[in-house]
Design a protein around this ligand. Structure first.
Ligand code: AMP
Ligand code: MG
Length: 407
């Protein structure tokens, strides 16, 4: 199969995601346990928001049309309601932030702009109120039964806050997707073993399990496969449970890169088997169709070099995992940044260059870190993300706007 561009590969994954039928399996959870999960129901406003005209300041509720010193007739705190007569011409009522603004008043003058005098309150000339000042009218943020959150949204602190504000003490979230994780390679030993000089610790299974958790999935880590057909066949069969299969290694053109062959023998179909990108060129995306005993399983064959595994997982596999968890149109996380120093690059492939981000209120800038290619986990850990160097660029000037893939 011919190689495709990185953008084509992203679009292909997005197209398969867009064709998903909605998830159906849900967990019902208390709000306290819902952080990071994907909402499986809409959340509605249970009443107008705010439920009363709310003062946004500590100050004095008045009528904007009035003039001169206002007679002070009372005070309302947050949690109280004004039970006296509606505010009449020339009157003021002291209000606190969050208090209901008494009927008859249409503005709140900030405490700081008022002088309390024997006859009442005198408003500074340069702070005379207009109707609506410092008052949020009832229902301005939302009306009773408005949809505030839709199914498919991942619950961060902002959504948890909103759900709490409308009394969603329990909510339905989608069941977490399961990612089967299978590393391949004769050279691999597990993290608790002492490798011989020619052996490598299996870090990729840990990378992929960590990414899976970060993206709301449940990892099912299998013991690695050897680079033989028998071993791959046996391990891939064992890995057949799970919505997604994340494979590392064995997808390059080498003599012992047998993953694609064995997947084909198991009935897999492939949507791409190589992308014009670096690192990650041999990356594979496909699917094992449903059988009598197994549900369909999406497959990502990720190149084994540890940085390739990470970058291709971030770009392609994690959006798919999040979609399998019910999230609406998940995308890789990109930001724009100003390049901190000029870069020379070789055109032809979309490159992902490990970089550190420096942020201020004015600008986010990205600076490549010292790194020695796609096997360099040391350089990789110095970075916050990857500068995306377009495939047609041969150099980038200092200050140029670049896209950065976050992890
Ligand atoms: P491969 O994609 O199988 O050709 O592997 C490319 C490189 O990545 C080789 O140097 C492997 O030793 C290394 N590698 C493959 N799998 C892993 C893994 N699970 N953990 C760490 N390094 C790996
Ligand atoms: Mg290998």
């Amino acid at each position: 199969m011919a190689l495709i561009t990185c953008q084509e590969a992203l679009d292909l994954v997005a197209a398969y995601i867009a064709a998903f039928s909605p998830r159906t399996k849900v967990d019902r959870l208390p709000l306290e346990q819902a952080l990071g999960r994907v909402l499986a129901q809409p959340i509605h406003a249970d009443r107008d928001q705010p439920p009363f005209p709310r003062s946004t300041r500590d100050g004095y509720a008045v009528r904007a049309v009035d003039h001169g010193v206002r007679r002070l007739v009372g005070s309302v705190r947050a949690g109280e309601v004004w039970t006296g007569a509606p505010l009449a011409q020339g009157e003021a009522i002291e209000v606190m932030t969050g208090a209901p603004v008494p009927e008859g008043a249409d503005a709140v003058v900030m405490l700081e702009h008022v002088e309390v005098v024997p006859q009442g309150v005198s408003i500074a000339d340069n702070h005379l109120p207009s109707a609506g000042d410092n008052v949020v009218p009832r229902g301005q943020e939302a009306r009773t039964s408005d949809v505030l959150l839709r199914a498919g949204v991942r619950l961060t602190a902002a959504e948890i806050a909103l759900a709490a504000s409308v009394g969603a003490a329990e909510l339905n979230v989608y069941v977490q997707p399961v990612a089967a994780i299978l590393a391949t390679g004769d050279e691999l030993v597990s993290v608790d073993q002492t490798p011989a000089p020619h052996q490598i610790r299996n870090s990729n299974s840990h990378t992929l399990a960590a990414l899976t958790r970060q993206n709301g999935g449940v990892p099912r880590v299998l013991s690695p496969a050897l680079d033989s057909r028998e071993s791959l066949l046996e391990r891939l069969t064992a890995a057949r449970h799970g919505d997604l299969l994340l494979l590392s290694g064995g997808v390059s053109a080498g003599k012992y890169d047998l993953v694609e062959d064995v997947l084909l023998a198991l009935g897999a179909e492939f949507y791409f088997t190589g992308v014009f990108m670096q690192p990650g060129k041999p990356v594979v995306f496909g699917r094992l169709p449903a059988t009598d005993i197994h549900a369909e399983q999406w497959i990502f064959g990720l190149p084994g070099n540890p940085v390739s595994t990470l970058v291709t997982a971030l770009l392609f596999a994690m959006p798919m995992l999040r979609a399998l968890g019910g999230e609406s149109s998940p995308k890789p996380r990109f930001v724009q940044a100003a390049l901190a120093s000029a870069m020379k690059v070789r055109p032809g492939l979309t490159r992902f260059v490990p970089a550190r981000l420096y942020s201020s209120l004015d600008v986010v800038s990205a600076e490549p870190v010292e790194s020695h290619g796609s096997g360099d986990l040391v350089g990789n850990a110095r970075a916050d993300g990857y500068i995306v160097v377009p495939s047609d660029a041969d150099s980038l000037t200092s200050g140029a706007t670049v896209t950065v893939l976050l992890r």
